[in-house]
Design a protein around this ligand. Structure first.
Ligand code: GLA
Length: 643
């Protein structure tokens, strides 16, 4: 019986593999056909914007583009999503480049695996899509610090997005590594990149008149030869732009005066919407944004009928995996959720939506050839509930972390002497000091962004932007006051970029006296941190009386071929989920997101393999007041829907 089941299982897997091979072949066939017809063998001229219509190689072209960020989509799915774009009638994929992922430590660069930009660009060519590259270095994008590395903020005088020498030197050394990778992928060198964007919406931000020319020159001097563009929104258009560079606009609804303004600024040049916002992003505690297809499609139809080129931002949003979601800084501070679904035509998990189908019908009218066939959607699977079987309290975990840093005064995350001198970028930081009395604890608004406060490991409350004061109960002798400070995401847009240091950014006072002599633990939750924690012998079975915050481990059993799923954490409050070394992102019960996307390729196949594990930091929900109700531990399930 067992044998035959195993056999059936093997046959099933075989079938799945077989059908994948066949599908892969079909995709290859259609893309190679596309490549032959769409991509000219002889290239005499790149994208040209010297008349009212774009031309490419001398032939008129209308850009029908869609944004998809390689860093928000598992690499195993890049191709699938691009083929779906092509099948919708798009001819171009547009992506930002996130400096903070590519240079996580000053001078140490990453361009492999999920971050292999050249592979993404080559994949676009294979599928038959042109590429518009938006290398920033600032990208906004609801991404931590708008894509800038947090180590820049170690300099207390830092002026981001200006010609401040500390910033330009860092930009130069980053572009020295990035640009040579994309130079050979430009159109005139046989690659698919037809245009580059210079910075991002600088018209809404800066007043350094030299800065945009500096970025332009930084690209050109390193060998960028294709068309350069800038992009600005309605508010920034009149201040944005750069001499000799095509201006484009970002919008969601048609404001005739803005289109007139764009046209007047550059008569007889092609009109392009670089970001047509197909939906919008969500923040924790807010509502999930929906922008109806009925509203969207007529606007796009109108823009096209006016002869404009367009890029849908986003065509496929993907996910803010890890701690990479940004935040809105304009009062109040509002961090981004983990999902970057964006209500885009392809959902977070790459599924077709009504918007996709409506756009396909619309775009078909702009093609002379038939559209390629739409690939099948990826299967989604609900798995059996995850059994959480091990527990390690934060206090027990501390001895396994690197030694704390001693400091008279609080030190912010970025300035901690960790991470090869780059400071701590993301995660949590624990500040501990001895106190000898109770009284009033006041944060002086120096907590970034949320602190759980404990006296001798007993939770006494939360300090954040709203709550600046807490009562510390009286007690005998010396006691330890602990503040576990969570970095919930750095602001990615607006004037406040230079003030995005996290942790404790100044003094905390007890009865008006600043606290001193801290032990500071860095909990960056990077893969080696998680591995170290996982290998400790101190994990215990989950106790009846749970203490928080804590790490939990559980098992997810995957039988059959691993498929995409969504993790629902009913009864859990706030934390972060890891699986097989991947950080799936932040979870927070206040929503609007209730589940975390878990892509199939990150799961291990087969019931007999070492099961994947989860780790959680679980802490009391701050927004709901004191968390008293503890969810049932076996309430982590895998479902097939995001919202
Ligand atoms: C602007 C930015 C994008 C993104 C959108 C909102 O247009 O250029 O990076 O932040 O807003 O989603």
């Amino acid at each position: 019986m067992l044998v035959s089941r195993v056999k059936n299982h093997a046959i099933r897997q075989h079938r799945v593999l077989l059908s994948l091979v066949v599908l892969g072949f079909l995709i290859w066939r259609s893309s190679s056909r596309v490549r032959v017809t769409d991509m000219p063998a002889v290239r005499v001229e790149g994208l040209n914007a010297n008349s009212s219509r774009f031309t490419l190689n001398g032939e008129p072209i209308r850009i029908l583009g869609g944004s998809m960020h390689y860093f928000r989509v598992p690499r195993a799915y890049w191709s699938d999503r691009m083929v779906k774009m092509k099948a919708c009638g798009l001819n171009t994929v547009t992506t930002y480049v996130p400096w903070n992922l590519h240079e996580p430590e000053r001078g140490a660069f990453k361009f492999h695996g999920q971050l292999e930009l050249e592979a993404f660009i080559n994949e676009a060519a294979r599928v038959g899509l042109w590429v518009i590259l938006r290398p920033g270095p600032y990208i906004c994008a609801e991404w931590d610090l708008g894509g800038l590395p947090s180590w820049l903020l170690r300099d207390k005088n830092m002026k981001l997005r200006t010609t401040y020498p500390g910033f330009t030197a860092a930009v130069n050394s980053y572009l020295d590594k990035l640009i040579p990778r994309v130079v050979p992928l430009q159109y005139m060198k046989g690659g698919p990149i037809i245009a580059f964007q210079v910075e991002n919406e600088y018209g809404s931000y800066g007043n350094d008149s030299q800065y945009m020319s500096f970025i332009k020159e930084a690209l050109v001097s390193r060998g960028i030869e294709e068309l350069l563009v800038t992009s600005d929104n309605r508010q920034g258009l009149h201040r944005g732009g750069l001499k000799g560079v095509l201006k484009t606009i970002n919008l969601q609804k048609i404001h005739p005066e803005v289109l007139r303004q764009l046209e007047a600024a550059q008569p007889d040049r092609p009109m392009m919407v670089m970001e047509y916002w197909s939906g919008w992003f969500d923040v924790w505690g807010g509502l999930h944004h929906v922008f109806e297809a009925d509203e969207m499609v007529p606007v796009i139809a109108e823009l096209l009928s006016q002869g404009m080129s367009i890029n849908l931002y986003m065509f496929h949003g993907g996910t803010n995996f890890g701690f990479m979601g940004g935040a809105l800084g304009n009062q109040p501070y509002r961090p981004m959720i983990t999902s970057y679904d964006y209500d885009a035509p392809l959902s977070e998990a790459g599924d077709y939506t009504p918007k996709y189908h409506r756009l396909r019908t619309l775009f078909r009218g702009y093609q002379s050839d038939n559209l390629p066939m739409m690939p099948k959607s990826q299967q989604k699977k609900p798995y059996k509930a995850v059994t959480v079987f091990q527990h390690l309290s934060l206090w027990e975990a501390l001895v396994y972390l690197e030694k704390p840093h001693h400091s008279l005064r609080p030190v912010n995350m970025e300035n901690l002497p960790v991470n090869n001198g780059n400071g701590q970028a993301y995660g949590y930081t624990l500040y501990e000091t001895a106190i000898t009395s109770g009284g009033t604890l006041n944060s002086k608004n120096n907590v970034r962004d949320k602190a759980l406060v404990f006296v001798d490991k007993v939770f006494i409350g939360v300090l954040d932007y709203k709550t600046l004061e807490l009562a510390v109960p009286d007690g005998k002798g010396e006691r330890i006051l602990s503040l576990l400070v969570e970095n919930c995401g750095r602001v990615n847009f607006g004037k406040d970029l230079n003030n995005q240091r996290k942790g404790l950014v100044g003094d905390i006072v007890l009865n008006n006296t600043p606290l001193r002599n801290f032990n500071i633990f860095s909990l960056d939750m990077k893969p080696d941190f998680i591995e170290r924690l996982q290998s400790t012998k101190q994990w215990k079975s989950v106790p009846k009386m749970l203490t928080y915050p804590a790490f939990f481990q559980g098992k997810l059993w995957v039988s059959g071929y691993p498929a995409d799923t969504f993790i629902r954490l009913s009864g859990w409050s706030k934390g972060v989920v890891f699986i097989n070394g991947q950080n799936l992102g932040r979870y927070w019960s206040i929503g609007p997101q209730q589940t975390l996307y878990l892509p199939g390729p990150w799961l291990k196949r087969g019931v007999n393999q070492v099961p994947p594990t989860y780790l959680f930091v679980r802490s009391q929900a701050c927004v709901c007041g004191i968390y008293t109700q503890i969810g049932t531990l076996n309430s982590i399930s895998c479902v097939s829907k995001l919202y």
